[in-house]
Design a protein around this ligand. Structure first.
Ligand code: SAM
Length: 331
């Protein structure tokens, strides 16, 4: 039975944050001094597989692993390998991953072997010093090696860059040329007010309407209907022959076509990235060996999926719209 929410939207896309831990501390995502979940609160890989399988039985066709950084979860490839049986059976159309790329050179070949066809790599700058500054702990050369390894393994790579005022706005045209030159799409994302960070988001926030207007002074952008199952709206760039995506949760929300829910590594289901409401799936999962209780809890949660989010970034609103960091749900 399909999962259909109160607004008639069919839920066919599950994002699973397999860990809240990350080997980077991107300044817009996390505070430097983050408290992470005790290991005992995490679902085991077997429990994550069981939950994902219930969602697939209930109509999920695309599944994205994320984090934290998914590739730092111990034995993560065991879960990927297990989930790949749903690709083999045809129940799942796509198994994919969002990663910061730091561990990709180790895992790219195995991901491809498990049937992963495309991945998103988050990359906000091509300047090594700026990269270290924004990620606090990351090294650009490791990520570049990861991208090379992914492409060598035959994975299609899309780059995701958060557009940050006075940080990477001037560099984005060059990043786009570079990405397109290597056969990668680039998607730019507006920063969202999620979790307390060490800086003021108002100083970082760049509405993508401004970025698009500035790009249009140099490039010919044509809207295209291309979709990957996510919320990006794409343009074709005549000068590079590549695709550029815009994810605009702040200036133009896309909630009317939302097909997603998000599961965290503790078995908490968020029905909307921009709302606090959540459902506990860990208790019904652990309460019985059968899946009836958890399937009922999922139906109940989908039945209260909200219409949309109400993110605000301005000088008068000092508190983030939602208290949890993006690393809890993985975007
Ligand atoms: N570690 C993985 C990665 O770097 O892709 C997966 C998790 S990370 C939280 C997922 C994406 O969310 C990254 O592209 C990151 O840049 C983005 N992100 C984090 N905090 C954000 C925020 N407040 N607003 C918009 N995007 C954010």
């Amino acid at each position: 039975m399909d999962m259909i929410d109160p607004f008639g939207r069919t839920i066919s896309y599950l994002r699973v944050s397999v860990t809240d831990r990350c080997d980077f501390r991107c300044t817009y995502c996390m505070a430097e001094d983050m408290a992470f979940l005790p290991k005992k609160d995490l679902l085991s890989l077997e429990e994550l597989d069981r939950l994902c399988t219930v969602f697939i039985e209930k109509g999920v066709r695309r599944l994205r692993l994320t984090g934290g950084e998914p590739l730092v979860r111990k034995n993560i490839m065991h879960l990927v390998r297990q989930l790949s049986r749903h690709l083999d059976s045809g129940a799942l159309e796509e198994l994919t991953l969002t990663t910061n790329g730091s561990q990709l050179s180790r895992f790219a070949a195995e991901l491809a072997d498990c049937g992963v066809k495309r991945i998103n790599v988050s990359l906000d700058t091509l300047d090594a010093d700026k990269f270290h500054k924004i990620t606090r702990w990351g090294h650009l050369d490791k990520v570049m090696q990861g991208i090379d390894a992914a492409q060598a393994a035959g994975l299609k790579v899309k780059l995701n860059a958060v557009a940050l005022k006075d940080f990477n706005d001037a560099e984005l045209p060059e990043m786009m040329r570079w990405a397109h030159g290597r056969g990668m799409d680039l998607t730019v994302i507006e920063t969202m007010p999620m979790g307390e960070i060490d800086t003021d988001r108002t100083d970082q926030y760049l509405p993508l309407s401004l970025l698009r207007a500035s790009l249009e002074r140099q490039f010919t952008l044509t809207d295209i209907p291309f979709k990957t199952g996510g919320p990006a709206r794409y343009v074709h760039v005549a000068e590079t022959g590549g695709r550029l995506g815009f994810i605009t949760p702040m200036t133009h929300n896309f909630c009317e076509s939302c097909n997603r829910v998000r599961l965290t590594c503790t078995g908490t289901l968020y029905m909307c990235l921009g709302q606090e409401d959540a459902a506990d799936l860990r208790s019904p999962l652990r309460a019985s060996e059968g899946n009836e209780l958890v399937a009922e809890a999922i139906d109940e949660a989908i039945g209260r999926k909200p219409k949309g989010h109400d993110f605000i970034i301005d000088r008068r609103t000092s508190r983030p719209s939602v208290s949890r960091h993006m690393s809890v749900t993985g975007g």
